[in-house]
Design a protein around this ligand. Structure first.
Ligand SMILES: [Zn+2]
Length: 423
């Protein structure tokens, strides 16, 4: 019960604060960051060693960066000594680099994450009792609020064929659908081509770049109000899209900086690397964390909310897998089959022509013949059509503009019938 009250109170505070003046918001950020720096210097080995001097916002750009590499090489040093030995929840990132990192949180921090989610959902017009269908490769244990029927989630199966999930959606008749754009676009296409007639009032995409082609097909197939959410496992929700299309940053809870190649902050409108400081995290604080996405700060939105905004995020931008039949599959299937294999450090699937897929793998140790055959079998099974799959062991893989490795690179463009390929 306490989690519902806590999440509800956080949410009310967020609703008030986004209407505060930009000066008030900046002042709150400064106070929260001063508290976070004092806490991290005292309790978190990584920051104790780095040394944090923070007196005012002018010092922000002088604080040291933290990176995924430092987290991966020494995750313990990010854990606060006040939480050692206490029961904590572990979450692993869904990075397409094949090198997931794990972060920890306690119950209070899960409540805060829920509050951020409920805040953005309700701002987008979702009501607590509406039916929500989720298509994600993980399933979360229902929290107390969800057991009461508030913001309850129903799940589609990631492994089922689009037609099976469309029939399920028709039965469920949800008001809201959540998913990754690379999954939502193919299912939207099947919905139109197979005349399933599934309509959903609101669709929320997250975790991947939402391209214009995907946006068009999803919106027209489901006849929906489509909004994008931006978040990460390490920092939780960062920004959400309002009715005017602006990506509003949760400015009360997170500081977003955009930096250039020299590490210096960039002015509004200039695209650069995204650097994040969630202000509420204490179990595993992240200060000036380089997440590996690219974006630019936008101007003030005219919707009445005064929080900062972001221009479109240039994050992971994968290609689709096109099956021999012409059906389209999400690149996340490659992640699902390859990510859990401990002998794989990095991977990328290359599709040179329909029906063929070349897996390029940088192993972390020895990837034996038996393991290779198992990977190919699993992938063939989850793609559900007969593809010729081969494995090539390589020393390194090319990184995209954002510094991330695409899971799938394809020479075969899917036919979305909307005047242009995706990507
Ligand atoms: Zn707005």
């Amino acid at each position: 019960m306490a989690d519902v009250i806590r999440a509800g109170l956080h949410m009310l505070r967020m609703k008030q604060s986004e209407r505060n003046s930009p000066d008030e918001l900046a002042l709150r950020q400064e106070e929260s960051l001063a508290r976070l720096c004092a806490y991290a210097s005292a309790h978190v080995p990584h920051y104790r060693k780095a040394g944090l001097r923070f007196r005012s916002m002018d010092d922000l750009a002088l604080l040291p960066f933290s990176t995924k590499e430092s987290l991966r090489s020494n995750p313990d040093s990010f854990l606060s000594d006040s939480f050692r030995g206490r029961p904590l929840e572990k979450i692993s990132t869904s990075g397409s680099t094949g090198m997931p990192v794990s972060v920890f949180q306690d119950g209070r921090e899960s409540d805060m994450k829920l509050a951020l989610e409920y805040h953005q959902l309700t701002e987008c017009g979702v009501r607590p009792l509406q039916r929500q269908a989720h298509h994600t490769y993980y399933r979360l244990e229902p929290r107390f609020a969800q057991k009461l029927g508030l913001f309850r989630r129903e799940y589609l199966s990631f492994y089922d064929d689009d037609s099976v999930n469309l029939k399920k959606l028709r039965r469920m008749s949800p008001d809201v659908l959540h998913g990754y754009p690379s999954y939502l676009a193919p299912i939207a296409l099947t919905n139109m081509q197979g005349n399933y007639g599934v309509r959903v009032a609101k669709v929320f995409s997250s975790a991947e770049l939402l391209s214009d082609a995907s946006r068009k097909i999803i919106a027209s197939s489901f006849g929906c109000d489509l909004r994008d959410f931006y978040g990460s496992t390490e920092t939780s929700w960062i920004a959400w899209q309002c009715e005017r299309g602006s990506m509003h940053i949760h400015s009360d809870s997170i500081i977003v900086e955009i930096i250039g190649p020299d590490g210096e902050p960039l002015p509004h409108g200039k695209f650069g690397e995204v650097v994040l400081t969630p202000l509420w995290k204490r179990v595993m604080p992240f200060i000036r964390y380089r997440i590996g996405d690219r974006a630019a700060l936008g101007g003030q939105c005219r919707c009445g909310r005064n929080t900062q905004t972001l221009l479109p995020i240039q994050g992971r931008n994968d290609d689709f897998i096109v099956l021999p039949s012409g059906k389209v599959r999400s690149p996340r299937f490659v992640d699902l089959c390859l990510r859990p294999v401990p002998e794989i450090r990095l991977y990328q699937a290359f599709q040179p022509e329909p029906g063929r897929l070349q897996l390029r793998i940088v192993p972390s140790g020895t990837l034996g013949r038996g393991a290779q055959q198992k990977i190919m079998r699993n992938l063939k099974k989850s793609l559900s059509e007969d593809m010729k799959i081969s494995i090539e062991i390589v020393d390194d893989l090319p990184r995209g503009r954002s510094g991330k490795i695409q899971s799938v690179v394809s020479k075969v463009k899917p036919d979305f019938g909307m005047g242009g390929a995706d990507g």
